[in-house]
Design a protein around this ligand. Structure first.
Ligand SMILES: [Zn+2]
Length: 312
């Protein structure tokens, strides 16, 4: 959505709502990321205070249909109760889907807390937390959300957004078949073929496949093999960067490992997030990553990104 509240077509909007780890700081809220693709809005994680961050970011929280939790540590889910209660008080009617490892158990526990009872359906979806495959967990007409188990102290997954690849028409090529920009091109994209001056023109003759946008989010994890599958060739990788140096005892990501992974997987851009509050200055972390992978940025709360296919 743009500042005027209009939905922008063919574009993925990402807003970082929380970029800190375990303990929030004045500058960083616990983990949460807003994603909107056309009129489909969802969250990756929902740490404490997410609803106020959503309001401050001027995103419409009532639009959220799905929340994908990477793991059940409070810095990734504690915003759920308040957000759901606000949705209830605002008269929400449509269902809210919550995904995560063992979601049925945890969402059930959340709904048992307090005297409140939502007047809308809250639907939990268990996400596999063992194995080594990227698995689809939600599929819409235009994109798929996938998950893969990662390595943390508790069952934990990473998520990916894969916009579906689409066929597009090469207008120059089409011109050679007497087909010019206009409604017939739309029909060709829709039906895969169209009649021009009595001759059949197919999409395969004048088209090409436009790869969809791909984004990966690691959640909390130490470096592991599955991260390569999650991040391979994505346009944007959002990576746990809790520490500057590797800390084998903490089961978290570090800046250098994230940058090495981004390089190995050929990602378009790396955004580091989930910083420990011990780092009051983030610049040294960014500088360290840049030595290994030069398309690195560091996330800040309220950072907003728009990805469009034509950016590729
Ligand atoms: Zn965390």
């Amino acid at each position: 959505m743009n500042e005027q509240g209009q939905i922008v077509r063919d574009m993925l909007e990402i807003v970082f709502l929380g970029t800190g780890s375990g303990i929030p700081s004045k500058r960083r809220n616990p983990a949460s990321i807003w994603l909107q693709y056309e009129d489909d809005a969802f969250l990756w994680d929902c740490g404490e205070g997410t609803q106020r961050q959503l309001m401050a970011a001027r995103t419409s929280f009532m639009k959220i249909n799905r929340i994908f939790i990477t793991h059940w540590h409070a810095d990734h889910w504690a915003g759920l109760i308040g957000l759901m209660q606000t949705m209830n008080m605002e008269g929400r009617k449509k269902a809210l889907h919550i995904y995560g490892p063992e979601a049925e158990r945890f969402v059930g526990d959340l709904l048992d807390l307090d005297y409140w009872g939502p007047r809308f359906r809250v639907v939990p979806h268990n996400v596999p937390f063992e194995g080594s495959e990227l698995m689809p967990v939600y599929e819409s007409k235009r994109f798929t959300i996938l998950s893969i188990p990662v390595e943390h102290t508790v069952p934990s997954v990473g998520y990916a957004f894969h916009e579906h690849d689409v066929w597009n028409v090469d207008i120059q090529k089409a011109g050679k078949f007497g087909l010019h920009q206009g409604p017939l091109v739309g029909k060709l994209k829709r039906d895969g073929k169209v009649r021009v001056g009595g001759k059949l023109v197919t999409l395969k003759q004048v088209g090409y496949i436009k790869p969809g946008i791909r984004v990966a989010y690691t959640g909390d994890t130490e470096p592991c093999k599955n991260l390569e599958k999650l991040c391979q060739g994505v346009d944007l990788a959002i990576h746990d960067a809790t520490f500057l140096e590797e800390r084998a005892d903490r089961m978290h990501g570090d800046v250098k490992a994230a940058a090495r992974l981004a390089k190995k997987c050929g990602v378009g851009e790396l955004i580091l997030t989930h910083f420990s509050r011990r780092y009051t200055e983030i610049k040294p972390l960014r500088d360290e990553a840049l030595k290994i992978f030069n398309r690195t940025r560091v996330a800040e709360d309220f950072m907003r990104i728009r990805l469009k296919k034509s950016n590729r």
